[in-house]
Design a protein around this ligand. Structure first.
Ligand SMILES: [Zn+2]
Length: 376
């Protein structure tokens, strides 16, 4: 009967029982209750200088603290402040609720792959009470030209994931504490000019490579050709007269949700622009320093797709393929998509739950284009 009582209650009852009349015998059966371990996390920004003279001085240190009572094996996900990559990991706004434009990196990262690989470099492990500090240079990701000089409130994003005792990837929301900084002087870094103009006449152009071996160039060239085929066929699939949207479009619905004229038109235009830009007009840079990523694009280098280590472990075509990764990256560059969710299940769930977000999510474009298993 005591088996489900919390420990505290257990001891009170026990004390009461023991202090009862002498001679009364108390027999306890069942296991003592063990309080559930509670994973908890806090992400805060250490207060730095109150004033930043120029965006280059906008450097903040994020501190991630394990405030729970279990050890946390956290993903060093580049979409969190645990990773110093200049992705969109902060919520920044001024008193007028204006936010800077994000001009940093969007990365194709696969939590499932990192968990499967079990490499220590993919994780940050924090014992209860332990913390880690990660420095972030905000000038690499944010452009304050439009939002202007003045005081900004900076808060880290709070969605993290950890591998639980059973080896399962589990989401955890941190409590957050931000900081405020007054920015003056220079409001943005200069953009790097495009190295490979994609709008020149397209006649047997070859992609430009940087830091890629001959073998890598071969693989990327093949993937780029396949990616072009994927977006061309996506455009073909989506080309329907406005008043004649097909009644049954399982492929569209699977990745972009409930059929809606406006959304369908948006997706069509995005694929059309991706097809027009041509995958062999890009610069492919293989000098990516991140082992746990497939590829990334940096908004300050339009026209360059950075190819990372995991890219070369993916199959050439089909689901989660090299060709698909290029479609994913092109959707960031051309259609301004985000990485709201990653992975097939999450992308499909998003399409059902929130089609307006699904049509802005890079993986949904990738999986729609890959179309494996093929849907009509
Ligand atoms: Zn991405």
């Amino acid at each position: 009967m005591f088996s489900l009582l919390p420990a505290a209650l257990f001891s009170i009852i026990l004390a009461a029982a023991v202090s009862a009349k002498p001679g009364l015998s108390v027999t306890l059966t069942g296991k003592a209750y063990i309080a559930p371990a509670i994973p908890a996390l806090m992400a805060l920004l250490n207060a730095g200088p109150k004033e930043a003279n120029g965006v280059g001085a906008l450097i903040v240190t994020a501190k991630i603290v394990n405030t729970g009572d279990v050890k946390l094996q956290l993903l060093k996900d580049p979409r969190t402040v645990l990773n110093p990559l200049h992705t969109d990991t902060f919520l920044i706004s001024n008193a007028a609720k204006k936010a800077p434009a994000f001009r940093g990196i969007k990365i194709k990262y696969s939590p499932e792959t990192v968990v499967a690989q079990k490499k220590a470099s993919g994780f940050t492990v924090l014992a209860p009470g332990a913390s880690v500090e990660v420095k972030h240079d905000l000038s690499k990701g944010y452009d304050f030209t439009k939002s202007g000089a003045g005081a900004y409130n900076i808060v880290p994003r709070t969605a993290f994931e950890f591998v639980d005792a059973a080896g399962k990837l589990t989401p955890i929301l941190a409590t957050a504490k931000g900081t405020s900084v007054t920015l003056k002087g220079k409001l943005a870094l200069r953009r790097v000019p495009r190295t490979s103009p994609g709008t020149t006449p397209h006649l047997g152009r070859r992609a430009t490579f940087r830091g890629c071996s001959a073998t890598q160039q071969k693989q990327v060239t093949a993937a780029a050709a396949e990616a072009q085929k994927l977006v061309d066929s996506a455009v073909k699939y989506l080309t329907v007269p406005a008043n004649q949207l097909p009644k049954s479009t399982p492929r569209y619905v699977a990745w972009f949700g409930k059929l809606d004229f406006g959304r369908h038109a948006d997706v069509f235009v995005n694929f059309q622009n991706m097809a027009f830009e041509k995958f062999d007009s890009y610069t492919y840079d293989c000098s990516c320093p991140f082992d746990e990523a497939f590829a990334f694009v940096d908004a300050r280098r339009f026209g360059t797709i950075n190819i990372c280590k995991l890219f070369f472990t993916a199959k050439p075509k089909g689901s989660n393929s090299q060709a698909g990764v290029l479609v994913h990256e092109a959707s960031h560059m051309i259609a301004g998509t985000q990485d709201f969710v990653s992975g097939k299940n999450a992308a499909q769930g998003l399409a059902i739950r929130d089609p307006n977000t699904a049509i802005q999510n890079a993986d949904n474009y990738e999986f729609f284009a890959e179309n494996e298993p093929a849907l009509k």
